[in-house]
Design a protein. Structure first.
Length: 175
């Protein structure tokens, strides 16, 4: 990124081929609604970038992230494309699963012996069973006392209030 060569994460992302994967994903997309969403998001990003002005009569309060000014690239931004949005989604997905190497290492250690399995579970107990057994600090009696208790599921309550939620959304032009 920013013309700096040799950054490990940059090499990793280029090796994975985020740009290539995004282009393939975009070329395979057939759902018109999804295509319109990606195109609208892209248009919004480009409109925001175009509205940023620091000088003259058209100066705005909108700014780009600080690193654009630090590296002097605020005037070198190419227009966004839907593939950029897909690449960003892939980057977010990668960051949400960044600990896969730790999970893999823990499983390798556990497979070495029973003693290593016990030690790994004691030192790094974060697995599906560990999280399943975590409990909320709020229980049913707390929710009832707060007036938040319901016999209905969260999705049932969501669909009951869907029209109210839609009415409260800001109106957007999807074109």
């Amino acid at each position: 990124m920013f013309g700096v060569k040799g950054l490990p994460i940059d090499k990793y992302i280029r090796t994975i081929g985020f740009k290539r994967l995004a282009a393939q994903t975009w070329s395979l997309m057939r759902d018109e609604r999804q295509i319109k969403i990606f195109e609208s998001y892209t248009k919004g990003v480009n409109d925001y970038i175009a509205s940023v002005s620091l000088t003259g009569d058209d100066a705005s309060a909108r700014l780009l992230p600080l690193e654009f000014y630090i590296f002097g690239i605020q005037d070198k931004i190419r227009p966004w494309e839907p593939t950029d949005v897909i690449s960003l989604i892939n980057l977010i997905n990668l960051s949400l699963t960044w600990d896969w190497t730790q999970d893999f290492t823990r499983e390798v250690i556990k497979s070495q012996s029973e003693e290593m399995r016990i030690l790994a579970e004691e030192l790094i107990p974060y697995n599906a069973n560990f999280f399943y057994n975590l409990v909320s600090v709020l229980d049913d009696s707390d929710l009832k006392r707060m007036g938040k208790w319901s016999e209905k599921t969260l999705s049932e309550r969501y669909f009951e209030n869907l029209e109210k939620l839609r009415a409260a959304e800001p109106k957007r032009d999807a074109t």
